[in-house]
Design a protein around this ligand. Sequence first.
Ligand code: FES
Length: 178
Amino acid sequence: MSENQQAPNRRNFVTKAAAIVVGGLISVVAPVAGVLTFLDPLRRKSDTRGMVRIAPFSSLPENGEPRKFPVLDTLVDAWNKTENVPIGSVYVQRTGDDTVRVLNSVCPHLGCSVGYRAATQGYFCPCHKSAFAISGAIADPKSPSPRGMDELTAEVRNGEIWVKFQNFRKGSPDKIPV
Ligand code: FES
């Protein structure tokens, strides 16, 4: 066979080999990319365990009286992202120039909503009459609640109150996150 006849054969072989390699890559990469795209929402996590913005620090009374605020967060599930979803509420009290005390408003006994009474400067749960001091500690030893109100991690950042919102196991003397 002459050299002129061998050259087109070699070119044909190289072209076919390249087509096979490229075709193979496409058949592997495309399904993997498709699966990753399909599963993408599952790989994203909900924001609910992070810090949540509550309100401007300036909205708190200077006399240290607590204010109740709803906690709104962005929830991300498998394929949806929903903003401003109520996930609870908190009492926020100004304790310094840029410090706050934040209590979960849920009663640690069985989960009723605790109210603040300005007259006694403390919290009271109407369900089974647990009484809490303004610090959240149990104020009346006859209170059925096994622990004081749950204080949450909080900070004031650029004039805004941020809280790590969490719920805890009810009816337990220990503060166990749920
Ligand atoms: S739920 Fe609050 S005292 Fe029972």
